[in-house]
Design a protein around this ligand. Sequence first.
Ligand SMILES: *Cc1c(COP(=O)(O)O)cnc(C)c1O
Length: 393
Amino acid sequence: MKYNVDEKGYYGEFGGAFIPEMLYPNVENLRQNYLKIMAEPSFKEEFDQLLKDYVGRPSPLYLAKRLSKKYNTKVYLKREDLNHTGAHKVNNTIGQILMAKRLGKKRIIAETGAGQHGVATATVCALMGMECIVYMGEIDIARQAPNVARMKMLGAEVRPALSGSRTLKDATNEAIRDWINNPVNTHYIIGSAIGPHPYPDMVTRFQSVISEEIKWQLKEKEGKETPDYIIACIGGGSNAAGTYYHYLHEENVKIIAVEAAGKGVHSGESAATSALGKEGVIHGCKTLLMQTNDGQITEPYSISAGLDYPGVGPMHAHLHKTGRAEFISATDDEAMNAGLELTKLEGIIPAIESSHALAVFKHKTFKPDDVVVISLSGRGDKDLDNYIKYFKL
Ligand SMILES: *Cc1c(COP(=O)(O)O)cnc(C)c1O
């Protein structure tokens, strides 16, 4: 079984590029060039240098002793929370802005829901001195004031999406419209392992630095490159894809994806795509998504803004369908408590997204000699208000 993308842009039956004809030249240009550009020594050198000196990589692989003791197994945390800007997203935006420069683009667009991807994009645009326009639903702009302020400080223009439910999918539509109108000078930075081919593969490759590092870090600490389990939370699936990438074909490494069950998988308020999703097209690719019987996308819900998405990337749909990955749905309550537990046991306040991955211990028991690696995708500073409200701190 093959878990990477094939030449046609598919992972099994998922993936592809379902785009308006007007976007075809842009996406085709990217498709023809992305692997070539990524393989150029000068590209690799610049990417690696920025990951090292600007992001602060390699991120540590930390043996969480008190957490391990509590669950009677050996838990390592991959510390993406220590990256500049506080999460894994910057690995991808750095890669894509370097790609945009090599393709001769002068202007960057992105869409954002909670603002995390918008901030990561605005950050690298400031770094490179490039024009940056971030589309964001009007409702989200009101809900996410600190991230809007960050983007503005970084020099980005935040354009409100005023149509529909005025949230993420409307922002996506505006970004796509912009790209259709500005096909030559503009690159569209997608923030997760989703979108028309080649985006899911390109984003996965930029994020694959995570598992590349885990391999040599585990070798140093455990004398072998492979853990027994590799675990990540999954929204669109970029931190998960990067964490799994170099282990996809190591069948003795078990893969676990934790998605957001919100108030319960069947509560009507969740983002549990693997449990509830059906095949359909979202964001330009065929994948699993939450939809009504007549194909309308269902409004998702999670306490975690980054997991509040009605689909998963096509690679994950394939990992689910083939059984290569086990999918677990963790509720808001399970995640919040797992986040507080990590804080008390290890002195690390995780992003609520990452807290979902930590909630795996509520669902699974590991053996004492298992080596379990969990992607700690981001830090919890951005979520303090939510933690305060939830725990009445
Ligand atoms: C955005 C985000 C996620 C979810 O995105 P993926 O593409 O699924 O990784 C997870 N964790 C954090 C900290 C995030 O900011």
